[in-house]
Design a protein around this ligand. Structure first.
Ligand SMILES: NC(=O)c1ccc[n+]([C@@H]2O[C@H](COP(=O)([O-])OP(=O)(O)OC[C@H]3O[C@@H](n4cnc5c(N)ncnc54)[C@H](OP(=O)(O)O)[C@@H]3O)[C@@H](O)[C@H]2O)c1
Length: 260
């Protein structure tokens, strides 16, 4: 059976690079985004770029209007894939609520919970439904797109940082519980990634502290996609592992600031 990868949040930025990596490697690709129009546009662009590869997009929101995890939508997606005889051998959990600007004394508990619900609970739900099929089919693997903020905090992102730390614990627990079914679970930890936000706000990104690393540059989406692909396709004996892709940012006590 041909291998199929499911990539969440793959209409823009890093998700696009991940789709392109797996398509280039000959995988069938299923991807999600929240908005049906964006999904249809992305699907058309992918199909034009990779005419010989099966690429299908689905609109999938993490939360209901009441801001709880939409478990029914996940169930429906996997039932649809079962009906179409699509087996997800690799699950890449890329979508994330960035939880920007959440401040302890200014934001409500529901703002904090919204981020945790998407980044931890929804991802758990996706893992549960995917792993059930992987177990039945003799194995598979799951890759979290995590963050080096799981190790080191950044300001006004308390819900995001908490969620990425929680994700790492969940990744290890899943690796432990699912290993006996030949299901591997790993995490890629990017530092800053070049995205469309760089084009929208070039002044901020010209001086962004994450650039001050031993390598002296931030990652492109492709750097992250390569690391994910390593776990998915080459790391037969690796589970519960973390691969940091941040130009060496996290190893520093002080950032290397180049002289003017
Ligand atoms: N960019 C960085 O510098 C950086 C650094 C470290 C780690 N990361 C991690 O790398 C991954 C990709 O980053 P990125 O910057 O490329 O992401 P991004 O541009 O923020 O977009 C990722 C996707 O997440 C989806 N998403 C956002 N909120 C969602 C929600 N509530 N429910 C479902 N989907 C949601 C978006 O879907 P829609 O298309 O539907 O809006 C989007 O396609 C994320 O896990 C992020 O935490 C990024």
């Amino acid at each position: 059976m041909k291998k199929t990868v499911l990539i969440t949040g793959a209409c823009i930025n890093t998700g696009v690079a991940i789709v392109e990596k797996f398509a280039n490697e000959g995988y069938d690709v299923v991807f999600t985004g929240r908005n049906l129009d964006s999904v249809s546009t992305a699907e058309k662009q992918y199909q034009e770029k990779f005419p010989n590869i099966y690429i299908k997009g689905y609109a999938l929101r993490s939360l209901t209007d009441e801001e709880v995890v939409d478990e029914k939508a996940v169930e429906d997606l996997f039932e649809k894939l079962d009906k179409d005889e699509v087996f997800i051998e690799t699950l890449v959990l890329n979508a994330a609520d960035q939880g920007l600007g959440i401040k302890i004394f200014e934001n409500s508990l529901s703002d904090f919970m919204r981020v945790i619900h998407t980044n931890v609970v929804w991802n758990y739900c996706l893992c549960e439904h995917a792993a059930k099929r992987m177990k039945k089919n003799g194995g598979g693997n799951i890759v979290f797109v995590n963050s080096n903020t799981a190790y080191r905090a950044i300001p006004d992102r308390i819900a995001y940082v908490t969620s990425k730390g929680g994700q790492l614990g969940m990744m290890r627990a899943l690796a432990l519980d699912l290993g006996k079914y030949n299901i591997r679970v790993n995490a890629v930890l990017p530092g800053m990634i070049r995205t469309d936000r760089w084009e929208k706000n070039p002044e901020f990104y010209a001086k962004v502290p994450s650039k001050y690393t031993p390598i002296g540059d931030v990652a492109d989406g492709k750097d992250i996609a390569d690391a994910i692909y390593y776990f998915a396709a080459h790391a037969r004996n690796t589970t519960g592992a973390e691969l940091v892709v941040d130009g060496g940012n996290t190893i520093q006590l002080y950032p290397i600031i180049p002289e003017e």
